[in-house]
Design a protein around this ligand. Sequence first.
Ligand code: SF4
Ligand code: SF4
Ligand code: SF4
Ligand code: FES
Length: 373
Amino acid sequence: MVTLKIDGKEITVPEGSTILEAARANGIHIPTLCYHPRLAPIGSCRICLVEVEGLEGPVAACTTYVQEGMVVRTQSEELLRLRQEALKLILINHPLDCPQCDMAGECQLQNLVFELGLDKQDYSLREAKERGPKDFTNPLIRYWPSRCVLCLRCVRADHEIVGAGAIELEGNGYEARIAVKDEELCILCGECVRVCPVGALTERTSPVRARPWQREEITTTCPPCSLGCQLRLKVFEGKVIGVGGPEEGLGKGSLCQRGFFGFDFLNHPERIRKPLLRKDGSLVEVEWSEALAVIAANVNRILLDDGPQAVGGILSARLTNEEAYLIGRFMREVVGTSNLDSSARFNLEHYRGALQGAVGRPYLPLSLEEVRS
Ligand code: SF4
Ligand code: SF4
Ligand code: SF4
Ligand code: FES
């Protein structure tokens, strides 16, 4: 452990911590922009500058490691001036897009301008330069080069968290931009979008947009598979208009393509929200209690008439391990059968690959009638 002083407060933190980590762990705020807790720091934006006693100039808190007896100051007039200068340079080629930018109200750059009290811009470009087209790898993500602050959080997330290596920094100076290195490598996970601190990478799935204060946020479990990643649904007027990955959840904020982009089905008018029971030839919505009572009565009847081997269970691949285990025990110990199957098995990918090759899709394109016959 290392003991140091930050803003007069004596603190003890694990060896190998940065000044920023030490400060944050002890409730001391240092503004940042390029730093992200899940990424290796690169110290490029200079917003987190702090003074260390005995050192000639200020240092970046996100890349400077604590040392025994260190004395750190995070606030001073000079630090404020330096942070403001760094911010002015970042903003030199930034458009006045806030009113129509997706991130307004939750943009780290906008927040920094407010926090650092930047009320004037002393620098301007002799000639504003376009950084190329607003494009990205696919129809799901849009890149807004003029809003990009080149913090490289997206590239680092793509390389360090995802390991895809799909995007890179391209060019230099005012023409520098994030570019797709290899479209084939992008797995459409959206990690780059989630770590972008500004509105430079946005998802384009939802046609509806709303400001943070207009939205409700609901934390839930992602439905398409059994991993149980946490989702933060952005809900506006009863419709899901976006998804976030809460950092405190499983996966620490990472989601896959289905979790991050595949939320539109939640708003589908024909989405099944209640059990459907066939009555007089038509499917009718019923309460769960009624549906479960019908299932129990039918299973009991089959057990009495034909015995437990006439009953089988097909488990959804979206069940958690615990749920699958419980159903397995229920079927074996209560119903008395081992007739159980689920597509959640080790060779599922081979099976899906074979189907894809044979029939052009990873599932059997059969109707229930064809299965019966
Ligand atoms: S990225 Fe932030 S500062 Fe830039 S236009 Fe969007 S909201 Fe405004
Ligand atoms: S969507 Fe995922 S894989 Fe594609 S560039 Fe972004 S981080 Fe990389
Ligand atoms: S796109 Fe976003 S995350 Fe990537 S460099 Fe630009 S501002 Fe940073
Ligand atoms: S947050 Fe430390 S240099 Fe950007």
